[in-house]
Design a protein around this ligand. Structure first.
Ligand code: MTE
Ligand code: MO
Length: 250
């Protein structure tokens, strides 16, 4: 295979779109409602061709990702990461702390016990990976809006930057961070997360593609948007910097 001249851009927008195509998505010719998974897939397909600004107004707090029944849960949930499963970080739940930084009133780190002491929410939702697979799982943990309130995060003209123990990082717009279905998941299928699935805490954000669902998170940082259009500056992320669409959501 020919080596890409500019490694940062070696996943082109066209490849991104054909990646979406490999999910078996169809092009929506009409405007759609938002509830069924197939319609949501149409939206994802359309969204992948729009710029982040155009996608911004697509989003609203009332728009919910589909939820599923226990019987829909995938029997074998795939592991995914930018390296093989054998190398996932093994973090000690006792020693782990979630660092808090940036535009917050209360930057004290949070322990796992702190997070377990907060309001918990469960969801059965679908994780959709851009590489062409999806699976339904059950996660529970702290709604991110509860945590953001707890730390006194500045919510205007800011975005959330997330760092992980494996060097992975991503960032999301504040509206999506505050979405009611966005959680800091601690459990998967009713058990504490296993290392491969992000122990001890991961982002579970069903209104975004899989790569936004950061695992083994170590730091949440609230950062100022550098322009009124958040997408001008908020492309930061391991995959985002290789060309994946920053918004990547519905
Ligand atoms: N820290 C970290 N988080 C990550 C990744 C990663 O490589 N490192 N991969 C992302 C991708 S591309 C996907 S599809 C999901 C997969 O989550 P799963 O292993 O629970 O299926 O994790 C996301 N979160
Ligand atoms: Mo992914």
């Amino acid at each position: 295979m020919k080596k890409a001249q500019h490694p940062r851009h070696n996943i082109s927008r066209r490849q991104f779109i054909s990646g979406m195509g490999s999910l078996g998505l169809v092009t929506a010719a009409t405007s759609t409602l938002w509830l069924s998974p197939s319609l949501r897939n149409q939206v994802l397909d359309r969204a992948s061709r729009w710029n982040d600004r155009a996608q911004g107004w697509l989003y609203s707090a009332e728009r919910m990702a589909p939820t599923f029944a226990k019987t829909d849960i995938s029997p074998h949930f795939p592991y995914n990461g930018f390296y093989p499963e054998a190398y996932v970080p093994q973090l000690s739940p006792q020693e782990w702390q979630l660092q808090i930084s940036g535009l917050v009133e209360n930057p004290n780190p949070l322990s796992l016990a702190d997070l377990r002491g907060m309001q918990q929410e469960a969801q059965i939702t679908q994780l959709i990976c851009i590489e062409g697979w999806s699976a339904i799982g059950q996660w529970s943990g702290v709604p991110l809006h509860v945590l953001l309130k707890h730390i006194g995060a500045k919510q205007q003209h800011t975005h959330l930057h997330i760092r992980c123990a494996d060097g992975y990082y991503t960032s999301i717009d504040m509206a999506s961070a505050l979405h009611p279905q966005t959680i800091i998941a601690l459990d998967f299928l009713g058990q504490p997360l296993s290392p491969a699935f992000g122990a001890p805490a991961r982002l579970r954000i069903p209104v975004k593609l899989g790569f936004k669902n950061a695992k083994f998170i170590t730091e949440l940082s609230i950062r100022e948007n550098s322009s009124p259009n958040p997408s001008d500056s908020n492309g930061q992320g391991y995959w985002e910097e290789q060309g994946y669409n920053w918004f990547s959501g519905v």
